[in-house]
Design a protein around this ligand. Structure first.
Ligand code: URA
Length: 206
């Protein structure tokens, strides 16, 4: 997988040596990273939201306007929907999950991150997953799937959602794909299916 830091990127390299998640979070958020052009439009580097000791880690696409303004992942409309859905399944997203994104800086007009942006940021996401060691990794939508598991990117999302799989790159972790909350906001008919996916998640942790 690409996404290795360049040889001379000593700042990023130092961050990837950190073994304490909270220290990593603090240092990345304060880092003034310029690894890709998304840095030009950002207010905050949005590292995550939630609990690094959680058994579940969720990965979305990238911060939107509210996330950029507040420096926290999934606190906009999509995030509030995700919180409500998870609550229906008995999960508190701040306590039971650590939520991060493929890219940590807001793409202009909330467009999908480009490959070079995602690849520049991927070492940070992989380090987050390494430190959190989640029992279940929830991929929120196609962007997380495409950049973390490129060999599955041609599979239709509707065929993958709610069907757990494993990957040798993430030993001890079950992976499950959910619809992205922004998609559910656009197509609420999919909400019952999304609730079923959360029941699948609960079953994985039982
Ligand atoms: N959408 C995402 O994918 N991530 C966020 O943090 C917010 C909206």
């Amino acid at each position: 997988m690409s996404g290795q830091l360049g040889l001379f990127d000593t700042g990023g390299r130092e961050l990837l040596d950190l073994t304490d998640y909270r220290e990593f979070r603090r240092r990345l958020a304060a880092s003034d990273c310029t690894r890709c052009d998304l840095c030009r439009g950002r207010t905050h580097i949005v590292v995550d939201r939630g609990n690094p000791e959680a058994r579940i880690m969720a990965v979305g696409e990238g911060p939107g306007a509210e996330e950029d303004a507040r420096g926290l992942a999934f606190v906009g409309r999509g995030g509030r929907l995700f919180d409500r859905l998870m609550e229906g399944g008995g999960f508190d997203t701040n306590r039971d999950l650590l939520i991060a994104n493929v890219v940590k800086c807001r793409p202009p007009e909330n467009r999908v991150p480009q490959a070079r942006e995602a690849e520049a940021c991927l070492p940070f996401l992989l380090h987050q997953i390494r430190l959190v060691k989640p029992e279940v990794l929830v991929l929120l939508g196609a962007t997380a799937l495409r950049f973390l598991f490129p060999y599955r990117k041609r599979d239709a999302l509707r065929d993958l959602v709610g069907k757990p799989f494993t990957d040798p790159g993430f030993p001890g972790t079950r992976i499950v794909v959910f619809y992205h909350p922004a998609f559910l906001l656009r197509d609420p008919r999919k909400l019952p299916e999304a609730a079923e996916h959360i029941r699948v998640l609960a079953g994985l942790l039982a």
